[in-house]
Design a protein around this ligand. Structure first.
Ligand SMILES: Cc1cc2nc3c(=O)[nH]c(=O)nc-3n(C[C@H](O)[C@H](O)[C@H](O)COP(=O)(O)OP(=O)(O)OC[C@H]3O[C@@H](n4cnc5c(N)ncnc54)[C@H](O)[C@@H]3O)c2cc1C
Length: 303
């Protein structure tokens, strides 16, 4: 029930204004979000890099409602790429297609994504297209596939909660498009997605094995130690070297594990979100872990 509630609140932009009034929300959000400015985000990238952890920057914002906002986001993301180059940090970018106008106009989002990927290519920066909820899955895959035919520095994400992801993995691997594997952060109908965590986890292990067995460089994005151990074990058993794939985790989640993997010589990248529009991202993080919600509930009346 809590997961459903927080995933509902993720869609209510007005909720942020309410939540901002309470110190406990602001405090908990700052654990998952690096700050409101690009300077804040670059500082977080530098700190990660100092610990042999790569980064990917995400300018928060999704479900953009106007063409002007979509074009503004596109310009801002190009600015991030320039800053990554100028600062010489080990970092790439993650983008959401609804931020670039996917819900408004397919030509607009295509134009925006091409501008970003083309610019990033000149600066040797990789662009990861995040996967949003299922109404956008096919269009995201189509667009990434189309753009990948011209620019190899773009990849996307597959969610193991979806039944379709095995076939999508086969297709993307065949086209040599880099994949980030995740469990999936959105509420999806039973007709298309596993309900039980165990089924999503079992599918994660199966798809992880497909990805590591493929020829492309892919990312295993999870904080779940069982999934991480299964990945290490599979790589060891197949003599897949540590530089053939990377782990990824979210800013503010399991820093101990991020450091441990880096110390063990695995490649690890942290997803660093920043910006003003943090409500949907933050609500999804609360939905993932009841303990985060109980923390807020316990401290709510202390504000
Ligand atoms: C780098 C990265 C990029 C992602 N990109 C996408 C995307 O494009 N599309 C998409 O749908 N999803 C994305 N996700 C989110 C993903 O789908 C899961 O919702 C999220 O990673 C939680 O699942 P888990 O694999 O960590 O396993 P879980 O079984 O959910 O969690 C395992 C353990 O991890 C820790 N943990 C997990 N989440 C939290 C949290 N929020 N706060 C504190 N501890 C936590 C807890 O210790 C928990 O017991 C991404 C995740 C990562 C790491």
């Amino acid at each position: 029930m809590l997961r459903v509630l927080f995933l509902f609140l993720a869609r209510q932009e007005g909720f942020k204004n309410f939540a901002l009034k309470f110190k406990v929300f602001r405090g908990t959000a700052s654990r998952f979000v690096a700050g409101e400015t690009l300077d804040d985000a670059i500082n977080a990238v530098r700190q990660a890099n100092q610990q042999r952890i790569s980064a990917t920057l995400d300018l928060l914002g999704e479900n953009t409602l106007t063409r002007e906002d979509a074009e503004g986001s596109c310009r801002d993301i190009i600015g991030i790429i320039d800053r990554i180059e100028a600062e010489k940090v080990d970092c790439n970018v993650s983008v959401k297609l609804t931020q670039l106008g996917l819900a408004l106009d397919t030509d607009l989002v295509c134009k925006n994504l091409v501008r970003i990927v083309e610019h990033a290519k000149k600066k040797s920066v990789f662009v990861r297209v995040d996967m949003e909820d299922s109404p956008y899955t096919q269009r995201t895959l189509d667009l990434v596939t189309q753009i990948h035919e011209r620019f190899s520095n773009v990849g996307t994400v597959l969610q193991t909660c979806l039944y379709r992801s095995k076939q999508d993995a086969i297709d993307l691997l065949g086209k040599r498009i880099g994949i980030r594997l995740v469990k999936g952060a959105y509420l999806e109908p039973e007709s298309i997605a596993f309900r039980r965590k165990k089924d999503t986890d079992d599918n994660f292990v199966k798809l992880m094995q497909m990805l590591l067995g493929g020829e492309t460089y892919n990312a295993i994005a999870t904080h779940d130690e069982a999934m991480i151990n299964a990945t290490k074990e599979f790589a060891r058993s197949k003599s897949i070297s540590k530089d053939r794939f990377e782990f990824q985790m979210l800013y503010g989640v399991r820093r101990d594990l991020q450091l441990r993997l880096a110390q063990e010589g695995y490649r690890i990248r942290v997803y660093i979100p920043y910006g003003l529009r943090w409500n949907p991202y933050f609500m999804r993080r609360l939905a993932e872990r009841p303990a985060n919600v109980w923390f807020i509930a316990r401290n709510f009346f202390k504000d």
